[in-house]
Design a protein around this ligand. Structure first.
Ligand SMILES: CC(C)(COP(=O)(O)OP(=O)(O)OC[C@H]1O[C@@H](n2cnc3c(N)ncnc32)[C@H](O)[C@@H]1OP(=O)(O)O)[C@@H](O)C(=O)NCCC(=O)NCCS
Length: 204
């Protein structure tokens, strides 16, 4: 059965998604660019043909979780920069040209081509559930919606990259059916890349 609380990510939920990202994935490079940048990113994702996302919304309107995905991460970044590059650059203008920021940005932009041609281009970019709503099936429902949308777009497999030390997320991906494909260094830390067939999880 479809989960009625799960709806497509739209402009109204971009700020909530940015806040959940900042709170839940606080060690990542994108988080370090700040909430205004993340809001622009989550405004851009559903506007791009290669991107989509879902949110879990309570009847009162509170957003408890979100997921953002790309048919191809490289293509999504290009489309987002073309559509909303100025808005995305504006909040980070102050420190965009610092050598350390530039280095991490280049690593982030080059990462899709570096993780290996064997891996699927499609990717779960980010997922986060509010800390007091975890362990209740919200993340799994968001993942099911994302895999179903990938399948609808004729994407057969997708990957997800996560810090090897993020135990919660690694366990979550394994429980969702993802299989570890490789571990590599990213921004100087070990990162696991998992892969799943988009028809592997029971959708509805
Ligand atoms: C990872 C995260 C999204 C999971 O969301 P969630 O709503 O708590 O997950 P669910 O309740 O839907 O759990 C789905 C399955 O994963 C398992 N699971 C979830 N967290 C787990 C953990 N820490 N340890 C073991 N299993 C776990 C659940 O037991 C469940 O298994 P089941 O299907 O057998 O019942 C959430 O912990 C989170 O937001 N973490 C911070 C953000 C983050 O690290 N994101 C990933 C990096 S991009």
């Amino acid at each position: 059965m479809s989960e009625p609380n799960v709806i497509p990510l739209g402009p109204k939920q971009a700020a909530a998604a940015a806040q959940l990202h900042r709170q839940g994935i606080d060690t990542g490079f994108l988080s370090s660019l700040g909430q205004s940048f993340l809001r622009q990113l989550y405004l851009a994702v559903p506007k791009c043909p290669a991107g989509f996302g879902y949110v879990w919304v309570e009847p009162g309107g509170q957003v408890l979780g979100f997921i953002a995905c790309a048919e191809s991460t490289g293509r999504l970044y290009k489309q987002a920069l073309l559509r909303r590059g100025f808005q995305m650059a504006w909040p980070v203008g102050r420190f965009l040209f610092r050598p350390a920021t530039l280095k991490r940005m280049i690593q982030t932009l080059r990462y899709p081509s570096q993780v290996g041609g064997e891996l699927p281009a499609a990717e779960v970019l980010s997922i986060a559930v509010s800390s007091d709503a975890r362990g209740k099936g919200v993340g799994k429902a968001l993942m099911a919606a994302a895999l179903k949308e990938f399948a609808r777009r004729s994407v057969r497999q997708c990957k997800v990259a996560v810090g090897a030390d993020n135990t919660n997320a690694n366990e979550f991906y394994k429980r969702c059916g993802f299989k570890l494909a490789l571990t590599r260094q990213h921004h100087g830390r070990p990162m696991n890349v998992y892969v799943i067939g988009t028809h592997e999880q029971g959708h509805d």
